[in-house]
Design a protein around this ligand. Structure first.
Ligand SMILES: N[C@H]1[C@H](O)[C@@H](Sc2ccccc2)[C@@H]2OC[C@H]1O2
Length: 325
């Protein structure tokens, strides 16, 4: 089988939500290549934590996995936990007849507040799924044996709907050729080595070990690369108040170029002029921020929305394919 689902941007492209049928009920989920749990707001989630969200009702067709629990915490200190059911999950027509659906019994404030987000669909490696006592597979791992090709592609866009495709590569969605790089799976992420970064034809240094993470909004780069980039924007400062680099909204924000697999890819400066940093709208928050405390580089949606990316498990060695949109 194969299929395609829309990836609808939230305001400022903060995250992208996709309609998914869970036990016959449609929920809008944040597809996350940086985690491996499919969890949903549910009728088990306290009303005080779930108003405004679509909720999964396991009573309809869910089979309880008795004694199974899950508990996840994310890089941004958000988190959720709950119990586990097996139920039918359909994404863009691709059907998992018995998928582990993790029903939330508790969610952190970040999730409570984002009422468009009804849960996450993890697309990292199942080795980091949090279900106990028996780890469960991601939607992709559950269905990959039934897909025409064991791969999915990500085509996020700036300010408009993109797509996640499962089982095939749509050659109309990218320009030029796809450059493939090997993936390191030991941390459970789609992790690879990126190369030299430049802006205004000046070297910013090498990016190095990075993960492709659809669930992260921004790009979190090595501090040396980040400071070298903002040295090109007059009036930019690393503001503790704002929580990162800001600059005058009318500044000239240069394109960011990154080498991957020996090919150069461009993130337009306008994607890096990310959001107003304050109510005056005078200062804007940068789409590139330092990866301090993270330990590796995260290439999130600001990067991904300039790219067409193939998450490929067609061979025993997973790989990532990158092309310009
Ligand atoms: N892989 C990412 C994940 O999807 C989000 S979880 C999330 C939290 C609040 C709102 C939406 C999503 C979190 O930020 C970075 C990393 O962890």
């Amino acid at each position: 089988q194969s299929g395609s689902v829309a990836a609808n941007p939230e305001q400022y492209d903060e995250s992208y939500l996709c309609p998914v049928q869970v036990g016959g009920q449609t929920l809008n989920l944040d597809f996350d290549t940086g985690s491996a749990d499919l969890w949903v707001f549910s009728t088990l989630t306290p009303a005080s934590e779930s108003t405004g969200h679509a909720k999964y009702n396991p009573k309809t067709s869910g089979k309880a996995k008795s004694g199974y629990t899950w508990n996840i915490s994310y890089g941004d200190n958000s988190g959720a936990s709950g119990t586990v059911y097996a139920d039918k999950v359909v994404v863009g027509g691709v059907t998992a007849t018995s998928q582990a659906v993790e029903a939330a019994t508790s969610v952190s404030t970040q999730f409570m507040q984002d009422t468009d987000n009804d849960g996450l669909l993890g697309l990292a490696f199942s080795t980091i799924n949090t279900v106990q006592p028996q780890q469960q597979t991601t939607f992709f791992d559950t269905v990959k044996g039934t897909l025409a090709k064991k791969l999915f592609t990500v085509d996020l866009k700036a300010g408009t709907a993109g797509t996640y495709d499962f089982g095939y590569i749509d050659n109309s969605k990218y320009s030029g050729t796809i450059t493939y790089v090997p993936v390191k799976t030991t941390n459970g992420f789609w992790e690879f080595t990126a190369g030299a970064a430049t802006a205004n034809n000046r070297s910013l240094g090498s990016v190095g070990d990075a993960i492709a993470d659809t669930g992260t909004t921004l790009m979190y780069l090595p501090t040396a690369v980040t400071s070298a980039y903002y040295a090109q924007i007059s009036g930019s400062t690393n503001s503790a108040d704002a929580g990162g680099y800001i600059f005058p909204c009318d500044a000239d924000v240069p394109d960011f170029h990154i080498a991957i697999g020996g090919k150069s890819f461009t993130v337009p400066g306008e994607y890096i002029n990310f959001t107003p940093a304050d109510n005056s709208g005078e200062q804007c928050f940068g789409g590139i921020q330092p990866n301090t405390g993270i330990g590796f580089t995260i290439l999130g949606d600001v990067f991904l929305k300039a790219m067409f990316v193939v998450f490929d498990q067609t061979t025993s060695a997973p790989r990532l394919g990158f092309a310009a949109q």
